[in-house]
Design a binder for this molecule. Structure first.
Ligand SMILES: [Zn+2]
Length: 134
C-alpha cells in the first residue's frame, strides 16, 4: 500500500536522523506536513501508523499532521487561487495553464527529541522526497 511505504520512509528518515545524533534520543513527537495535492490519504496514514511504528524509534512518538491547502497561480493572468485538484482551471480566466505554489508537500515538519542531558530540543525536519507522480 502506498501509505504504508510512506510511513516506512518516514521511519527510515527519522531513524537516520537519530543515528546521526548518536542514537542518544527518543522521539517524543513528530509533525508531518501533508499537502492536499500530494495524493496521500491522511486517514490511512493514521490508521496504519501505530502498527507500522511498532519496535521503531517512533513507537512512542505523538503523531501530528498539518494539512497544506493547494494553491496555484495562473500563468496567463497571474491570479492566485486555492485548488483542490490539479485540473482546476483559473477561476478568473478559466485557463488551465497554472503553476502549483503549495499543496504538494510531504515532509517531516519537526521532530521533538528527548535527550537525557538536554531535555527537549526541537529541530526542523529533513525533507522527504515527494512520492507524488503526476
Ligand atoms: Zn487566469
Amino acid at each position: 500500500m502506498h501509505e504504508l511505504s510512506i510511513i516506512h520512509s518516514i521511519i527510515e528518515t527519522a531513524s537516520s536522523e537519530l543515528a546521526r545524533r548518536g542514537n542518544r534520543h527518543q522521539i517524543e513527537e513528530i509533525t508531518l506536513k501533508i499537502g492536499e495535492l500530494a495524493g496521500i490519504e491522511t486517514d490511512s496514514i493514521i490508521f496504519l501508523w501505530s502498527a507500522a511504528v511498532e519496535r521503531t524509534p517512533l513507537e512512542n512518538a505523538v503523531l501530528n499532521i498539518e494539512h497544506i491547502p493547494g494553491k496555484a497561480r495562473c500563468t496567463e493572468c497571474q491570479q492566485e487561487f486555492q485548488i483542490a485538484q490539479f485540473y482546476d482551471p483559473c477561476p478568473k480566466c478559466q485557463s488551465h495553464f497554472i503553476e502549483i505554489l503549495a499543496g504538494e508537500e510531504l515532509q517531516i515538519a519537526s521532530l521533538i527529541l528527548e535527550d537525557t542531558a538536554n531535555p527537549e530540543s526541537k529541530m526542523p525536519g529533513p525533507a522527504l522526497a515527494s512520492t507524488h507522480s503526476r
